[in-house]
Design a protein around this ligand. Structure first.
Ligand code: CDP
Length: 242
């Protein structure tokens, strides 16, 4: 992949989207029978699956916390998920993504309800095209609800990038790789309202005004994704009742 000369032509991006438009999203709930909760999400060309187990007794014992549940999050990329085969197993990038995502989920899970227990969140990237960490957080969030784990709200994640001096929502690979800045967010959404930011990362450069605008753009995108997450969960519960 080489750097495009221009990222925006006649107001449209390389894939035809407007700057404030998300990629198409598909969400399926309860796709894995062995997990307590699961979810498959496509965000553009990203394809990810999340599996949630627990709360269950934390093992090995020394990781138990007598006052609250322990949350574990493992982000993993399949070797075939990227252009150049990825060596299997954890690397610095996946360890970092797992850490920040885990910390975001720790803010929404009602941890005190399950002392000495663990909640395991596994996310597997089957196909990546920038924003895989955001797709994984969105899938994990739905899988947590599917598992019936008490949460304070939904975590909804989306990134904003800067290309040709313009902020764009939900960047695809070219924008992420060759753009001037990339800022992934995860918001805690409760009762249909964005309550707080649970994850915020950034590389590249943005002015103060651009950061403000990026937050507003990310919030708009997150609300759209949240509605789809909610819809997928509601559909699942209706189907279960039938
Ligand atoms: O996927 P995300 O945007 O959350 O993380 P990133 O580190 O910004 O990676 C951006 C994209 O680079 C990924 O989504 C993949 O498409 C690609 N990538 C890759 O091709 N090979 C890797 N070993 C890691 C990432």
């Amino acid at each position: 992949m080489s750097r495009p000369d221009k990222f925006i032509v006649d107001g449209k991006r390389l894939d035809g989207r407007l700057p404030d438009q998300l990629r198409p999203i598909k969400i399926e709930v309860d796709v894995l029978k062995r997990a307590d909760g699961s979810c498959y999400i496509e965000m553009g060309k990203n394809k990810v699956v999340a599996a949630v187990y627990g709360p269950r007794e934390a093992f090995p014992r020394h990781i138990q916390d007598p006052s609250k549940v322990v949350v574990r999050y493992r982000y993993n990329m399949a070797p075939f998920s990227v252009e150049e085969r990825k060596r299997p197993g954890p690397d610095r990038r996946s360890v970092e993504i797992s850490k920040v995502s885990k910390e975001a989920f720790e803010t929404i899970i009602m941890k005190e309800l399950f002392p000495r227990s663990v909640v395991d969140i596994f996310v597997e990237v089957l196909q990546a095209d920038a924003g895989s960490r955001t797709a994984c957080i969105n899938a994990a969030s739905v899988a947590l609800v599917d598992a019936g784990i008490p949460v304070k709200g939904m975590l909804t994640s989306v990134a904003v990038a800067k290309v040709d001096g313009t902020l764009v929502l939900d960047p695809m690979k070219e924008e992420d790789n060759f753009g001037d800045a990339d800022m992934p967010f995860a918001f805690l959404i409760r009762g249909g309202k964005i309550e707080s930011i649970a994850l915020l990362q950034m590389d590249g450069r943005m002015t103060k005004a651009e950061i403000k605008d990026a937050i507003a753009l990310a919030k708009k995108g997150a609300m759209e994704i949240y509605n789809l997450q909610r819809e997928a969960i509601m559909k699942q519960f209706v189907e279960e009742e039938e």
